[in-house]
Structures are given as C-alpha cells and as structure tokens.
Design a protein around this ligand. Structure first.
Ligand code: GLU
Length: 451
C-alpha cells in the first residue's frame, strides 16, 4: 500500500507555525515511506479565501522544501460534494432543518438549565412534508444536518491510541448551510475518498470532527483512513501559544532571516522523544520520524531554541551559499570569504551580518564614549599601532606592545581596543577583524577616539 497524506490549509490567512508543523509531520511521515504528499486548498469559504493567501501558502511550502506531488482546490469540486450530499439524502442521512440561530440558542439554554448536554434535539426529523412546505412558503431555507448513528465512532489513533467518540453526545453536524454552501466536514471526507488518502494527520482539535467524519466515510461506502491527531503547540512558558507566536508566519520567519532547516528541525522534533537538534535535510528528519516517538503532551515551541538552531546552521554555511543573500544587505556586495568565516559564528541569522558588514566595510563609526583614563590609554595604543599593512599576526604583536607599555591586562586591555575598533563589546576574533577592517581604518578609529 502506498502511503498518501494530505495537508489541507484554508487560504483564509497566512501559513503559521502550527500549520507548518502539521504540513511537516504529514510530509515526514509520507516521505519516510516513499509516500505521496498532497496539498489540498480548503477554499470552500469563498468569501474569506483569497488567491493571495493561496499563493502565499505555496510560496512558503516551497521555501521550506515541502514540495507536493499532487494539489487541488476544494472550490473545483463542488459538483462532487453535491453528488455526495444527494447520496446521503437518498440514504436518509442528511436531513433539512429550519431552526434559526436564535431558536437553536434558546433550546441550548433550556437543555443546559435542565442539566442536559447542549446537543441538537433532532426536532427537524419530526417535521412532515406539509410542515416543511409551510416553512418554505414562509421563506425559510433549510440547512442540512448529517444524522449521526448515536453509537460509538472508534479508531486506533497513531498518536492517541484507542479512541472512542460517543456520537450521541455530539450534535448532528451541519454539512450544508442555508445558502447552500458546504462546511468543511463533508468535502474533506469526499476528497479523502477521491484522493485515496491513507492517513489523515492533523491537530488534536479535530478529534471530535473525526468521530463524525468516520461515520460519513462509512455512509459514503468508504473505509475511513488511518488517523493521527497531534497534540497542539504551546509556548515556552507552558501556556498556550501566545497571540504573537500563534500567528507567527512562515513569511515573517523568512523575512527575519530564519533558515528553513532551523524551523523544520524544531517543529519536527518538539513533542517527540528525540532531542531537539539541527538537521540539515528534510530527508534526514523523515528517516528519524515516527509516531511512536510522539507523546500526548503539548509540543513546546521555544523561540530561544529556534535561535539556537538557526545560529548553529548559519555557522555551518559556507560563503558560496550565502554570498547572494549577503549581497542584498548594506555593504554586502563587498563581503569576502574571510569576512564570512570571521563573523558566521557570531550571528543568529544571515541578516545579522549587517552589523559586521558596517563595522568592516562602513565608513566612520560613532565610536564609544571613553573616560579620560581610557582616552589616554587609546592614545598610547594609537602610537604603538604598527605602520603599513596589517596581517593576522598584527593584533597579537600590537596588544603585547600595548600591554608592556601600559601595564594593563585582561579586559582592561582588550575591551577599549575592541570597542574603539568595532564599536561593540563582543564579536568575532579581533585578529581577523583587524585584518578585515584594515590598517588605515583602524588608525583613523584610534585617532578619532583619542584626538
Ligand atoms: N482546512 C482544515 C483545517 O485547516 C483541514 C483539517 C483537516 O486536516 O482535515 O483545519
């Protein structure tokens, strides 16, 4: 059996970290088994779905390397959904209801006040043909509910184990709205049947849906696919994803300079028994992925961890692979392999190199505020700065001379020199920085700091 999965985002917004994780787990599971990854665009909500969001989703998935083998949009399949609805109607499993939202709300309150669960009471099933005709003459239009069996919907979830949903405890789901439009529930099942999806992998917020959807699969004469419901993402503080993190989009991450493999390594490992470590390919992540490693506890998304993975990956990138990206930063067209080798261990993202590009290739720095004592010290250091070209040896030779002359050592010796030459208190090795900055610029900075 060929494994076939689908990732089914709604193009009503951008792809955010939660979606990326769902896409990723689908992708890893399928590709680890030579399977097929389908991108389905859930655009039945024609009003809120936009072409821009759809294009954005495709751009983001491509950027992340999660290419798809097949793709389609739900909006192309309304005929199929209509046919499936007719089939369910003919079987007496899809029935018209005429209650207004206010009526439903009132009944819900009454049920609750009697200590009963707020489940739809199926009053519409009691309507006679004459009743329905009456209502329709009054201008009422039906919405359509699927008649749940009232028994238990059961499956062995790949993450959660044995599941059993009492369908008597949930309302018959509305499949078609008053205006004739389809809600997500049935089209998803029809598509999974048509596309021969073998595994439905999604967030645990869909567990209750799955109960109803399993019954719809069976009602349409199909075998329900295997199911896996993943625990949701939470923030580093153990709380639910903050609004900001929850809406953190692939586009924002890209614009901030995050590497796809940092994002994917994090989202592929959190919530599993594997340690969170950087991997350099999706294929590697796929080899390591297994549902048996996924726990029931929520997966913690920690931005510090993302930063750590990103800086690890950036440190491993060679100049050729970042040259074009550096060139888009200020002074980046001047960057050399030596520059990159010096700074790559001191940045979190490639765009962070902007600081060091400015230090090395930019004109005058503002320069630190020095007190009189440090100014005098820099004055001495300036006099000892060797004439001519600087090499990788220059820094040590110079600092030794400054040390001998001034008696300073440790931080008191290095820090003012570093600050005057780079305007920073931390950064790449100074022997390399000095060569990159060059003798003339270094001398000018020393003079400017101690006129
Ligand atoms: N469009 C649905 C969602 O984004 C798809 C759910 C599913 O995977 O079935 O929640």
């Amino acid at each position: 059996m060929t494994v076939k999965v689908r990732f089914a985002p709604s193009p009503t917004g951008k792809l955010h970290v939660g979606n990326i994780r769902t896409a990723l787990v689908n992708w890893l599971f399928a590709k680890g088994r030579n399977g097929v990854f389908v991108l389905r665009i859930d655009d039945t909500d024609l009003e809120r779905s936009t072409k821009e969001n759809e294009d954005g989703i495709r751009t983001d998935l491509t950027w992340l390397g999660m290419t798809w083998d097949e793709t389609f949009k739900q909006s192309e399949k309304f005929d199929r959904y209509t046919a499936a609805a007719e089939e369910l109607k003919a079987k007496g499993l899809l029935y018209p209801c005429y209650e207004t939202p206010e009526e439903l709300e009132r009944r819900k309150k009454i049920a609750q006040s009697r200590g009963k669960p707020p489940v739809y009471d199926r009053a519409a099933l009691e309507l006679t043909d004459a009743d329905r005709k009456d209502l329709e003459t009054q201008g009422r239009k039906p919405h359509w509910r699927f008649k749940l069996s009232g028994g238990r919907a059961e499956w062995v979830d790949l993450v959660r184990g044995q599941q059993s949903i009492d369908t008597a405890s949930v309302s018959d789901p509305v499949l078609i709205r008053e205006d004739g439009s389809f809600l997500y529930t049935m089209p998803s099942v029809v598509d999974d049947i048509d596309a021969k999806i073998t595994h439905v992998i999604r967030g645990e917020d869909h567990v209750t849906n799955s109960g109803a959807q399993i019954e719809i699969f069976l009602a349409l004469g199909a075998k329900p696919p295997e199911m896996a419901h993943m625990p949701l993402l939470i923030g580093a503080d153990g709380q639910g994803l903050s609004k900001r993190l929850g809406s953190l989009s692939a586009q924002e991450l890209r614009n901030s300079g995050f590497e796809p493999m940092a994002i994917l390594s994090l989202l592929g490992k959190i919530g599993t028994s594997d340690p969170v470590e950087a991997r350099d390919s999706l294929q590697q992540l796929a080899l390591e992925f297994a549902f048996s490693k996924m726990g029931r506890a929520p997966a913690r998304f920690d931005e510090n961890e993302l930063n750590g993975l990103n800086s690890h990956i950036v440190r491993g990138l060679d100049f050729a692979s970042v040259q074009a990206r550096l060139a888009r930063l200020p002074y980046g067209d001047k960057a050399t392999p030596e520059f990159w080798d010096a700074v790559r261990g001191n940045i979190v993202t490639v765009p962070d190199a902007t600081l060091w590009l400015t230090v090395v290739y930019g004109g005058g720095l503002t320069g630190p505020e020095l007190d009189a004592v440090d100014q005098a010290f820099i004055g001495e250091a300036a006099k000892l700065f060797p004439a001519g070209d600087v090499t990788l040896e220059t820094w040590k030779v110079w600092v030794d001379a400054v040390k001998a002359k001034t008696g300073r050592k440790g931080k008191g010796l290095f820090m003012p020199l570093r600050r005057v030459l780079t305007d920073q208190e931390h950064g790449p090795e100074m022997d390399r920085m000095l060569v990159l900055i060059g003798g003339d610029k270094a001398r000018a900075r020393l003079v400017q700091a101690a006129p």
